[in-house]
Design a protein around this ligand. Structure first.
Ligand code: ATP
Length: 589
């Protein structure tokens, strides 16, 4: 189980990243702003014309003039309607494209993480970021950004228009809006940390749930139910507390803003009324300014509605950007192994600093040999297997293939060299064909059938839809043995020269496991197979056996040689025999 939480980007980094996202579609963004500006100008002409009508009526003007002004108001409303429609359409497209980029960026970053990092970080945190945070950012980009953009452009133009009508009334409007500015400032200072805390609490809750579900059998076996329930209740309580804090901030912000909307209007009516009484301004100008400020409440309300979502979006975006701070070891690209020979020399490895679990292991694996690694549980067999497969670098020493450090190979090159097969497999919600094509996209149906035959998956013939059978969800459910065979079949298709099998057939019943191993060895004849052997018949069938004990390589030789030596391997063999060859748990591991 791992629980290292992912980093969160600093506000400055997140802002720069957000600007980069917008810049990628800078032209569309510019067009959206431009269209909104034009729509707003068209909308501002209406109140101004209304002011002119009032002034004309006051001065006893002609009916024809008033009709013409009224017609112009109608025309402006139509122009505004059309421009707004296009501005919203382009804004929504901008949001959709930006949210698609965010999803792709996240997926790309996760896929580039080294396997060793993925194993260390918290699954719950990664899942929460990939689901909740990506969704929040995507929906904000789709909905909020176009709306806020429209609102911001409209607000600026409306205020500018009031200043044009009468600077004093414009100043009244701005002073009246100060309440909104202060309320927002107060809120924004607190909201980021509140939403980041909420995101972190959600990640912890997801991690607790995932790890409890994952280790359900262990929890049951060790009677840890109460402890896990308590951990879940605590995590839920943390989530509730942070959610309540975010909510309490909103309960201050929204009422304050609701009241603040009317202050500029009240100010303009009072000051405008006084100016009109003194003959310093026309009645039309006062009405126009009041109508403008009344119009201002529309865009401001939209911005306020979204501002809360923008805050949670900013926190989610900072969490997504945090992934960039993880160390991604870029593999060396210009190296090609000279041959298929694997060498382990002087390897020390530690999961936690100061506690080596491998102590100076030296091992040469000859191309084409079948090597079994055996040893008691915790001896370091799986750790050695991970290093052989290039999942991690040794702390000291080297694991090389053809003279190149295995962990430095680019993933696509590494897959063609060495593949680690563990009992952890994945079945995609897709057809059997596409589940297999991930390993070799160019494979023909005949190759897929041959690969399935090679791993002994004869059950395919029983399925009416054959390779098109849908798996997972409402589709066909593979039992764990068949799913494991499917995973092994992918290995056959990937066709690496070396295979590290770590309990790869552990889920299969002993007979199927043996059949699968036999089928695999038949297909992989001439290739190197390193089998971390829990069933000693694997060691018996191997060309050579390496015995690990307490992180040290203690014996190597053939099955017969090691029996003759009568050392650790002979003990393991005798004990396995006395338990019976068909026991569910072998003596080794
Ligand atoms: P088994 O047969 O039970 O799978 P093994 O021989 O494969 O055992 P490893 O799994 O390689 O042994 O473990 C070697 C040592 O490293 C053990 O002491 C184990 O507790 C420790 N270890 C394994 N994985 C981790 C990890 N992710 N973090 C910290 N320690 C670990």
């Amino acid at each position: 189980m791992t629980d290292q939480h992912l980093p969160v980007a600093a506000p400055g980094d997140a802002r720069r990243a957000a600007v980069r996202v917008v810049r990628q579609d800078g032209r569309v963004f510019g067009v959206t702003v431009g269209l909104n500006a034009l729509a707003t100008v068209a909308g501002l002409v209406g109140p101004w014309l209304l002011g002119q009508i009032i002034n004309t009526v006051e001065n006893g003007g002609a009916v024809g003039t008033i009709d013409r002004l009224a017609l112009l108001i109608l025309l402006c409303a139509l122009v505004q309607l059309v421009l707004t429609r296009y501005a919203r359409y382009i804004g929504a497209r901008f949001g959709e494209q930006a949210s698609a980029r965010i999803r792709e960026l996240f997926l790309g970053r996760v896929l580039r993480l080294p396997a060793s990092v993925v194993e260390r970080i918290s699954t719950g945190d990664l899942t929460t970021r990939g689901t909740g945070d990506v969704t929040t950012v995507a929906s904000t980009l789709r909905g909020a950004i176009p709306d806020v953009l429209v609102g911001a452009v409209q607000s600026v133009f409306i205020l500018a228009a009031v200043f044009v009508v009468n600077p004093l009334l414009g100043a009244c409007g701005v002073v009246g809006l100060l309440g909104i500015w202060f309320a927002n400032r107060w809120y924004l200072r607190r909201a980021r940390s509140a939403y980041l805390d909420l995101g972190a609490a959600n990640s912890v809750l997801a991690e607790v749930l995932v790890s409890t579900a994952h280790g359900a059998r262990t929890v049951e076996a060790l009677g840890l139910q109460e402890r896990r329930i308590q951990a879940t209740v605590d995590a839920i309580e943390q989530c509730r507390r942070h959610r309540m804090r975010a909510l309490s901030l909103r309960t201050v912000l929204f009422p304050t803003i609701d009241i603040s909307y009317f202050l500029p209007l009240v100010g303009v009516l009072l000051v405008g009324g006084a100016l009109y009484d003194n003959g310093a301004i026309s009645l039309g100008a006062v009405v126009t300014s009041a109508l403008y400020l009344r119009q201002l409440s529309g865009p401001l309300e939209i911005i306020e509605l979204w501002i809360d979502l923008l805050q949670s979006c900013a926190a989610s975006f900072a969490r997504l950007e945090g992934l960039t701070q993880l160390r991604v070891t870029e593999p060396a690209v210009d190296v090609a192994p000279a041959d298929d020979r694997i060498e382990v020399s002087g390897v020390h490895y530690a999961y936690t600093s100061g506690r080596d679990v491998l102590h100076g292991v030296d091992l040469d694996i000859r191309p084409g040999e079948r090597l079994a690694i055996v040893g008691p549980s915790g001896a370091g067999k799986s750790t050695l297997g991970r290093l052989l497969a290039g999942i991690d670098h040794p702390r000291v020493g080297a694991v090389t293939v053809g003279g190149v450090a295995v962990a430095d190979l680019p993933p696509d090159q590494l897959r063609r060299q060495i593949v680690l097969v563990t009992q952890e497999y994945h079945v995609f919600h897709d057809s059997i064909r596409h589940n297999l094509l991930v390993a070799k996209p160019s494979a023909t149906d005949a190759e897929l059938h041959a690969a399935l035959d090679a791993v002994g998956a004869r059950w395919l013939a029983e399925l009416p839809d054959g390779l098109d059978t849908e798996l997972g969800g409402k589709g066909y459910r593979l039992d764990s043995g068949r799913a494991q065979q499917l995973a092994l079949c992918r290995v056959v298709l990937a066709d690496p020269h070396t295979l590290v099998l770590d309990e790869a057939t552990a889920m299969l019943d002993p007979t199927t496991a043996r059949n699968t191993e036999r089928a695999l060895s038949a297909v992989l004849a001439g290739r190197t197979v390193v089998a971390i052997a829990h069933r000693l018949h694997t060691a018996h069938d191997a060309h050579r056996v390496a015995v690990l004990a307490d992180g040290r390589l203690t014996e190597t030789g053939t099955h017969d040689e090691l029996l003759a030596v009568d050392g650790a391997y002979a003990d393991l063999w005798r004990s396995w025999h006395s338990e019976g060859r068909h026991g569910s748990r072998p003596t080794t591991g």
